[in-house]
Design a protein around this ligand. Structure first.
Ligand SMILES: Nc1nc2c(ncn2[C@@H]2O[C@H](COP(=O)(O)OP(=O)(O)O)[C@@H](O)[C@H]2O)c(=O)[nH]1
Ligand SMILES: [Mg+2]
Ligand SMILES: [Zn+2]
Length: 308
């Protein structure tokens, strides 16, 4: 049988859509039963971005094998379960989109996604969206946000689909790779994709006035080709983000600024909580490490305990 290779561009529930990237000719495929059974702790055996082998059977394509993943983004399905969900695979850049307003960014949530990207070796860029809103009074908050995350070693890009700020930069950076757009519902992921390529038609939601939160308009992960080059994966709003595959001692390694400071801790390993001579705590006290980031770290340590 003639085996061919393609990339999963959409998980459509009962079937998948594939395209043999870099060419964009999308066709449906189903999954062969034995592939489905393999990973029992993963709720979805095939994710957008997966490279697969398939065969042509009758009218349709049948996925026979998932090729090894270069990387993937995964989250625990709920905090109570050990089951995990693969968000996307073989990602070149994760764009973590947050907005200061509507909905308001929750830093511990952002930090959790940043840690997850770090664990799986996916470079992450933070996008501060909707900067056209409340620009003047918010400048101090924008500056504070930037200083926390640039201080931690991340790149922060400000965008607005209203003024066009930041759009050309992101378009340029997306060329030639697979880009995951992730973040809470309503932050403007789909709008950003539309701004990058007006020829695309991702569903754009409204913010509910009652909750100042986006409604879930994108229910599935879907890849789009950008006319300017590269691919973007639109995703439904993330809510909870349970950490997977990470030992308590390892968490601080994925806070770049804590990893850097920890070289001078008196004890190794150091949890950076109660130990004397802890250089991380000293850096927090000295204002070198943002207290918001340190609190996120403590929150993750606590959460980690609950799973033991
Ligand atoms: N003012 C303003 N509103 C935006 C911007 N980007 C998105 N929105 C609005 O925010 C809401 C949610 O956008 P959407 O792209 O669906 O968010 P998603 O859930 O992250 O995909 C919609 O009402 C958009 O019009 C922006 O840059 N400025
Ligand atoms: Mg959307
Ligand atoms: Zn320490």
């Amino acid at each position: 049988m003639n085996e061919l290779e393609a990339t999963v561009v959409k998980n459509a529930g009962s079937h998948y859509l594939l395209s043999a990237l870099p060419s964009w000719e999308v066709f449906p495929a189903v999954l062969r039963g034995k592939v489905r059974l393999k990973a029992s702790e993963i709720t979805n055996p095939v994710a957008v971005g997966d490279r697969v082998r398939y065969v042509q059977e009758g009218d349709g394509a049948v996925i026979t094998e998932i090729l090894p993943r270069r990387n993937y983004v995964i989250r625990r399905s709920t905090n109570l379960s050990r089951q995990a969900h693969i968000i996307a695979a073989n990602v070149d850049m994760a764009w973590l989109i947050v907005s200061l307003y509507f909905p308001e960014v929750k830093l511990p949530f952002l930090d959790r996604i940043l840690v997850t990207c770090g664990v799986y070796g996916i470079p992450a860029t933070i996008v501060l969206s909707k900067t056209d809103l409340y620009r003047e009074p918010a400048q101090e908050e924008i500056d504070r946000f930037r200083s926390i995350y640039e201080g931690a070693g991340y790149r922060v890009v400000e965008t607005s689909v209203e003024t066009g700020e930041g759009i050309a930069d992101i378009r340029e950076a997306c060329k030639g790779g697979v880009n995951l757009f992730s973040g809470e519902s309503g932050v403007g992921k789909s709008s950003l994709i539309k701004a990058l390529d007006p020829g695309l038609d991702p569903k754009i939601g409204t913010i509910s006035a009652a909750h100042l939160q986006g409604k879930h308009t994108t229910s599935l992960y879907e890849m789009y080709p950008l006319a300017s080059g590269g691919y973007v994966i639109d995703s439904p709003g993330l809510r909870g983000f349970g950490l997977v595959d990470l030992e308590k001692e390892e968490i601080a390694k994925y806070f770049p600024e804590m990893l850097h400071a920890s070289a001078d801790c008196r004890f190794t390993p150091c949890t950076h909580t109660h130990e004397p001579g802890c250089a991380v705590k000293a850096a927090v006290d000295a204002g070198v490490i943002a207290p918001e980031r340190y609190n996120s770290y403590l929150g993750m340590l606590e959460e980690d305990k609950k799973f033991r």
